[in-house]
Design a protein around this ligand. Sequence first.
Ligand SMILES: [Zn+2]
Length: 328
Amino acid sequence: MFRLRTASLLVCSAIIGLFGFATASKAAPCTNPDALGTSRTVTVDSNELPRIGTMQYRRTLPLDDHEVVITFDDGPLAPYSSRVLDALAAECVKVTYFLVGTMARANPDLVRRIYNAGHVVGTHSHRHPFNMDRMERARVLSEIDSGIAAVTAALGDERALAPFFRVPGLARSQQIETYAASQSLSVWSADEVADDWHRGITAEQIVQRAMARIEAKGHRGVLLLHDIHPATARAVPMLLQRLKAGGYRIVQAVPPGDRPASLPERNPAQLAAGEKKGWPRVVQPPQEAAAKTKVAVTKKPEALRARLASRKTRTVVAATGFNALFNR
Ligand SMILES: [Zn+2]
């Protein structure tokens, strides 16, 4: 359902090329003739566009009228991430994910399912702290690098990870942005949120707020949602229908360069067994968490492992961090 455009746009002195995937995804072809679909991709070069999203920055993605980029933070988490994936697949919509390191480590099958469905995977720290803007530099670096290492380990191929980073709680700081730039990571804010992390919010309210704010921002924008919430999982199918009815088109933000066509997955029976574990799936005994950390560190990409070793950075798994995440 990709209708690729081979033009390029000049935005704020930055040229961002528009291309399709350099490598075709093995994602199933769209069989729904009435699907919303994904109209085009926008390739985001982190060096050309280091900070994205008008909620916090001057610049955002070069979107035309009635074009929306959908992003999901905080996952993956069964069963909600799976329901969101099903809803996206039903409408042949491709999006960008910002995964949390410990969540990826706990749900590697879901990470690979996200990737193999044709979505882009970036990172959102390791433990999702809400005070990264007040952290000392070493801890900031540890959160960013450990999150990248954990999501890379879940993907199993460092070429599959996009150099896209979103700060937890959008708690940006100069220190975070300077380090991200040094690593050629783009820092993503957003153009619109839909308050889907609020306690008691309904799916209908999420859809209403998303649509109202997209319309208020010139009928376009980068929308931030969270695929770990039941209300969001219920809202996504409705939101896609509203976008389609409103004449909107979906654009997917992708990184430059080649990436693997697909990643190995476990068989469906194994996946189903894993999903039955249900929520919560992140909390682990300290000994088990420490053991998993040790295994994951041995799987880090060589370049990243060398960087981490040179800074003597610790990889930390703390399940307690997710209490704050889920209780927002
Ligand atoms: Zn988050």
